[in-house]
Design a protein around this ligand. Structure first.
Ligand SMILES: *[C@@H]1O[C@H](CO)[C@@H](O)[C@H](O)[C@H]1NC(C)=O
Ligand SMILES: *[C@@H]1O[C@H](CO)[C@@H](O)[C@H](O)[C@H]1NC(C)=O
Ligand SMILES: *[C@@H]1O[C@H](CO)[C@@H](O)[C@H](O)[C@H]1NC(C)=O
Ligand SMILES: *[C@@H]1O[C@H](CO)[C@@H](O)[C@H](O)[C@H]1NC(C)=O
Ligand SMILES: *[C@@H]1O[C@H](CO)[C@@H](O)[C@H](O)[C@H]1NC(C)=O
Length: 771
């Protein structure tokens, strides 16, 4: 089945699901469903669960996956909506959930994060994360890359249960003390795309990465140190993962067109049973299910979290549009993308002498001038390019082509087409998706990316001059510590959280622009089949790249502080994040805490936050109660029986999350929003300790914290103290006609004396009406 047809089938089916009257007309459309069952209700005649599941299904359907660790149930393909509904009504079947498609969200970064030995206490106390295993649900791995060498690593953690799937194209001997697991999940994908001849062990269904994405993200989180890494001379130096000694377990669930959630959930289950400490998901859905109990991935990740697995995921690349953030269930840590202190400057020198600064990694040699040295080349504009079709009949032979991308086009493909049409180089402006931001892309034709102001100057120059020319050249790699970074990338997805606005999303920012990582040997860095380049490393940008930075730091913290729960690790990451001096590439639309969450990942402080906001099973249940989830929905998500909801409002405002978020409308309606929180002391000091509240109120709001000092008497690690924070509007500037969509402030608990630890949380008021 072609992808387009597949997607339209999904659209038709979900339409039908809500408008039952149309069912008869399209009943032939079949797809995969994920059924959750209550194993205690298995009718006794069936000797096994497989027999029971088979008995529930019409003969035309096929079983795709059995689920038995995170939840009980099965995925089954080739069912119509009405067949799925009737299976859903059978005794013991708890829920019938739709399958859907996810897609991958597309080094110097560890030293920018301060993780270089020997100065880093975190790297030292965690032994580089060697006790932790990170599971990646992605496009697989290219195991021969030196980033995945097991040299110098000790034996595997004892509890590790994972394995490597032998296959044509992926030999088990590729697994080692670094790459400790490698498994492939494709039955759901094959069913959705009508692929019938799948055999486990075939080259095409092996764990080997034919895309590059999975190899790149795994090396970012946990790659071994590699000397002399670079991308055609750019970003050269030692490449190493954030947690260079952490182990990598690969769960391949993403294939040519993306990742079916039925396979992703099977992969998550396998990873948790194998014993991963951290799950790294650089993938996301374009339109996720409206409610957690309808989303198999939300259910699976909830249960993984309760089992102690830290789940980090990419926040998405749909910024700077408000509410574009994805992977938002409160138990997932959603990571936005920021810049680092390294870039790849390039110059467009216009014929009239004006220099435009941009970025490029496709001009191969530093100070290389296009054509002969200093020879100016004619420039022509291709205008706005929204599709390959816009390029037909362009005559650009021998020209540098200036163009502006628009919509969801593949810029790499457009530039490749321009090359095919005879362009010698291109200058691109990333258009409305990334107006202020410039990211370097692995184009197959020399290409300089410029931002909006540079683009406007080039436009003006081309309009006023008869025979416009330019010289373009690269200035290599520039590193400027302490200057100009970090910045929230304009493509990085923004809050507020579209489903549960009281829970801040994204949670935090991490490096995600122009990141060097290991690359597949199967396809060039542009991803185009025609690209014959075979570098060992490539440069890529996206929240896909920022997520594994957090996964790596979570692995370090887990190694250094094995007793902490996922919620406590996240609290530590958020409350120690860097918040000052972070600007936003999308200046006019600056998202503040809605773009950067609690701030920019600051690993060195994360293992020693002093206090954490802990979060466990009951907290999540109370939140769901506060959101008016039915007992049935809560049962589907948690698997727990007999949930009774107490005071629903407490669930919303008392959810022990390390951020304080309210809508201006709610605050006005209630007069005052009162948040309840508790802190757990996690430093090992035995003496009593005071912490003092430091408040920065959002403009126009008053914030009262009660009490203003917290006393921890040193009675032990489990010691908890509660406080409340009240937020009141004192002056809404909108009454004077000023529009705003967020106001930010913060609450910082400062340790008195001692180590002067700081535990900082953002306070955010957002406005629904002005968004
Ligand atoms: C896997 O690798 C081992 C050792 O290199 C080799 O002996 C074996 O034949 C390989 N197996 C397959 C199926 O390629
Ligand atoms: C460019 O392509 C888009 C999308 O196919 C189309 O709507 C638009 O009319 C085209 N513009 C030009 C100038 O051809
Ligand atoms: C391209 O050129 C061909 C032949 O000259 C013509 O038939 C066609 O209409 C042109 N297409 C566009 C989009 O201008
Ligand atoms: C070159 O042309 C651009 C666009 O018209 C203009 O902004 C710029 O000032 C010019 N540079 C010089 C040196 O005249
Ligand atoms: C839950 O339901 C109550 C009563 O209908 C309503 O007042 C409240 O706003 C609802 N809460 C949410 C978060 O929708």
């Amino acid at each position: 089945m072609q992808p387009a047809r597949f997607l339209s089938t999904v659209a038709i089916l979900s339409f039908v699901f809500f408008f039952g009257l149309l069912v008869a007309e399209v009943e032939e459309e079949k797809k995969t469903f994920i059924f959750l069952v209550d194993p205690k209700q298995k009718p006794s005649p069936f000797v096994s669960h497989s027999h029971w599941y088979s008995s529930l299904l019409p003969t035309s359907a096929t079983l795709v996956h059995h689920h038995h660790s995170l939840f009980s149930g099965f995925s089954a393909a080739r069912l119509t909506v009405s067949q799925a509904r009737s299976v859903g009504r059978c005794q013991g079947v708890v829920a019938a959930l739709d399958d859907y498609l996810l897609r991958p969200h597309t080094t110097r970064s560890p030293s920018f994060l301060g993780l270089d030995l020997p100065a880093s206490r975190l790297s030292a106390t965690s032994y580089g994360g060697s006790a932790a295993v990170i599971g990646f649900v992605d496009t697989g791995i290219w195991p021969e890359r030196p980033s995945f060498s097991g040299r110098g690593l000790g034996p595997l953690p004892r509890r590790w249960q994972g394995r490597c799937d032998q296959g044509n194209g992926f030999n088990c001997s590729k697994c080692n003390r670094k790459l400790v697991g490698a498994r492939a999940f494709f039955a759901g994908y094959a069913a959705a795309f009508g692929i019938t001849n799948t055999r486990r062990g075939d080259a095409v269904w092996s764990v080997r990465d034919h895309d590059g994405h999975g190899t790149h993200v795994a090396s970012i989180a946990a790659g071994a140190p590699v000397d002399g890494a670079n991308f055609y001379g750019f970003a050269s130096g030692i490449a190493r993962g954030v947690a260079p000694r952490a182990r990598i377990a690969v769960y391949k669930a993403c294939w040519d067109e993306g990742c079916m959630v039925s396979d992703v959930v099977a992969a998550v289950e396998a990873a948790v049973s194998d014993g991963v400490d951290v799950l790294s998901l650089s993938i996301g859905a374009t339109s996720p299910a409206p409610s957690y109990e309808l989303d198999p991935l939300a259910v699976a990740t909830f249960r993984a979290t309760i089992r102690g697995v830290f789940v980090s995921a990419s926040a998405g690349n749909g910024g700077p549009t408000p509410q574009s953030v994805g992977n938002i269930p409160p138990w997932i840590t959603a990571v936005g993308a920021g810049t680092i202190d390294r870039d790849f400057p390039a110059v467009v020198l216009l014929g009239n002498g004006t220099r435009i600064h941009g970025t490029s990694i496709s001009l191969r040699h530093h100070k290389y001038l296009l054509g002969r040295r200093h020879q100016a080349t004619p420039v022509v504009s291709a205008g706005i390019v929204a599709a390959l079709a816009n390029l037909t009949n362009l005559s650009v032979v021998g020209f540098i082509v200036f163009w502006k991308s628009s919509g969801h086009v593949s810029r790499i493909e457009i530039a490749a087409e321009l090359k095919r049409l005879g362009a010698v180089a291109t200058i691109v402006f990333h258009g409305e998706f990334d107006p202020g931001g410039i990211v370097a892309e692995a184009h197959v034709v020399p290409t300089v990316t410029v931002e909006s102001q540079g683009a406007a100057t080039i436009d003006a120059y081309l309009k006023t001059v008869k025979n416009p020319t330019a010289v373009i050249y690269s200035q290599g790699t520039a590193v400027h510590p302490g200057f100009g970074a970090p910045v929230a990338a304009s493509f990085s997805a923004r809050g507020p959280n579209p489903a549960v606005p009281w829970v801040l999303k994204p949670d935090l920012l991490a490096p995600g622009v122009d990141i060097l990582g290991a690359w597949t040997g199967s396809v060039g860095p542009s991803g185009l089949r025609s690209d014959a380049r075979q570098p060992k490393f490539s440069v890529a940008s996206g929240t896909s790249m920022s997520c594994p930075h957090v996964s790596g730091v979570a692995a370090l913290v887990r190694s250094a502080r094995p007793g902490w729960s996922p919620g406590e690790i996240r609290s530590a990451l958020m409350t120690t994040a860097m918040d000052a001096g972070i600007s936003d590439e999308a200046v006019e639309n600056g998202g503040g805490p809605l773009a950067m969450g609690a701030g920019y990942l600051f690993p060195e402080r994360a293992a020693d936050p002093g206090l954490v906001y802990d979060l466990g099973y009951e907290d999540y249940v109370e939140l769901l109660c506060g959101l008016n989830y039915s007992a049935r929905a809560i049962h589907i998500i948690t698997g727990g029986a007999g949930v009774r909801c107490g005071d629903a409002r407490a669930g919303l405002w008392g959810f022990n999350y390390p951020a304080f978020v309210a809508s201006a409308e709610d605050v006005t309606l209630m007069g005052e929003a009162v948040f309840q929180r508790r802190l757990r002391r996690v430093d090992v000091g035995k003496k009593g300790q005071w912490y003092r509240a430091e408040v920065a109120s959002p403009e126009g709001y008053a914030v009262e914290v009660e009490p203003r000092r917290l006393w921890f008497d040193g009675s032990g690690e489990g010691e908890r103290v509660e406080f409340s924070l009240a937020l009141r509007c004192i002056e809404d500037s909108r009454n004077n006609g000023r529009r705003w969509w967020w106001k930010g402030g913060s609450l910082t608990w400062r340790e008195e004396g001692g180590k002067k630890r700081r535990v900082r949380s953002p306070i955010v008021v957002f406005s629904i009406s002005d968004m």
